[in-house]
Design a protein around this ligand. Structure first.
Ligand SMILES: Cc1cc2nc3c(=O)[nH]c(=O)nc-3n(C[C@H](O)[C@H](O)[C@H](O)COP(=O)(O)O)c2cc1C
Length: 379
């Protein structure tokens, strides 16, 4: 097959040069301490992946109420900042650059995990069980956020962003995707509010916009990214008006000069992708839809997205299982088999820092003989 070498070209965010267009997508791995403090093992894991053009580190909670699952990372105490500092130092020493994703779970949370009742735009529970330290439990009805809660949560995001910069990150990504708090405000079925944060499209995008604006005001728009997942139904979401929500958000935030807008499940054949691309004046990161996790498929899907106007390509599972993903993609080499049972909730190094790099592969591992579009044989 042929592939576009554009993936390996240098790229630029406002204020940050990237050696390639390949971004490691945020991946929750539940390897933090019980209080959310990053561990030395996490420094090893991220440093192994420092050849990514940019690493977006896993979802980290900006306050105690926002905790989703056991052993996720947090960024609201001095201990969290010190823990993250070990990680960013290790990545920088290995030649890499990192943003940190800020995620409040909203109704995706449980008192058995955080010790607190989850909060959400409206008291609509997650229609599924949820993972807790006591195993999977039925979800609880979240408490509807007051206008005070809204103000303090916005402020918590801004403070967490400042903490991330103090911890050595280049910037942060505001998580408004995948059914977490900000997405719960965007979606019609989880947001029943009548106070200016619910109802119309303009009102439903308001909380995401205010969080993003507050983070940008705190650390600079050029250090602030935003992740959204148009149409994603994960965590019981039914957005309604998907086609209107995301272009409206892109238009509201387009003048700020944000680092980037990041689309989950970016499909160049959809109207929402084309409309968001048209409405967004800045860097667009696309997380392609992979039909399988293979070198060939990553090249196919990434090439199609770049051709349709994405600027950077974010990959999750390929980076999870391949510390040297950039080299493998350049060479057309095969990817390691993923061990899905070790993705989350197991802790420890197994399935985390023990995926081998190419030079540690057994002799005879063959490549796919991928040929670059410019005709150079690279394998
Ligand atoms: C184990 C795992 C953890 C994830 N954690 C996060 C997360 O913390 N934040 C987020 O926005 N997406 C998260 N995702 C979604 C990924 O960022 C990505 O969108 C998804 O895996 C699809 O991309 P891929 O096909 O390249 O893996 C996670 C996915 C997996 C498999």
């Amino acid at each position: 097959m042929t592939y576009s070498t554009a993936l390996f070209e240098p790229a630029r965010l406002p204020g940050l040069d990237l050696p390639s267009r390949l971004v490691m997508a945020p991946l929750t791995r539940n390897r933090a301490g019980a209080d959310g403090t990053p561990t030395p093992l996490m420094a090893t894991y991220y440093a192994q992946r420092a050849s990514a053009g940019l690493i977006i580190a896993e979802a980290s909670t900006p306050n105690a109420t926002g905790q989703t699952y056991p052993n996720i990372t947090a960024v609201h105490s001095p201990a969290h900042v010190a823990g993250w500092r070990q990680v960013t130092d290790a990545v920088r020493e290995a030649g890499g650059r990192m943003f940190l994703q800020l995620q409040h779970g909203g109704r995706v949370g449980h008192p058995a995990t955080s010790g607190l009742t989850p909060v959400a735009p409206s008291p609509v529970p997650l229609p599924e069980t949820i993972h807790t330290p006591r195993g999977r439990l039925p979800s609880v009805v979240p408490r509807e956020m007051t206008s005070d809660d809204i103000r303090t949560t916005v402020a918590d995001f801004a403070r967490a962003a400042r903490n991330a910069i103090d911890a050595g990150f280049e910037g942060v990504e505001v998580h408004s995707a995948n059914g977490h708090l900000l997405h719960q405000f965007l979606a019609r079925n989880t947001n029943l509010r009548t106070d200016g944060y619910g109802g119309s499209v303009a009102a439903r995008i308001r909380f995401t916009a205010e969080v993003t604006e507050a983070v940008a005001a705190e650390i600079g728009a050029g250090r602030t990214g935003l992740r959204v997942s148009p149409g994603n139904t994960v965590n019981g979401i039914a957005e309604g008006e998907t086609e209107d929500l995301y272009p409206a958000l892109a238009e509201r935030l387009g003048g700020l000069g944000l680092a980037y807008l990041h689309l989950v499940h970016a499909d160049p054949d959809t109207r929402v992708f084309r409309n968001v691309r048209a409405a967004w004046p800045g860097v667009l990161v696309g997380n392609p839809v992979l039909k399988e996790v293979s070198t060939r498929e990553v090249h196919r899907a990434s090439g199609a997205l770049l051709a349709a106007g994405a600027d950077l390509i974010a990959l999750g599972r390929p980076f999870l299982a391949n510390p040297d993903l950039v080299t493998r993609l350049r060479l057309g080499a095969p990817l390691n088999a993923m061990r899905e049972g070790t993705f989350m909730y197991v802790g420890g190094a197994t399935g985390y820092t023990d995926y081998p790099a190419l030079d540690a592969q057994p002799a005879g591992a063959s490549s796919d003989s991928i040929v670059a579009l410019d005709g150079d044989r690279v394998a």
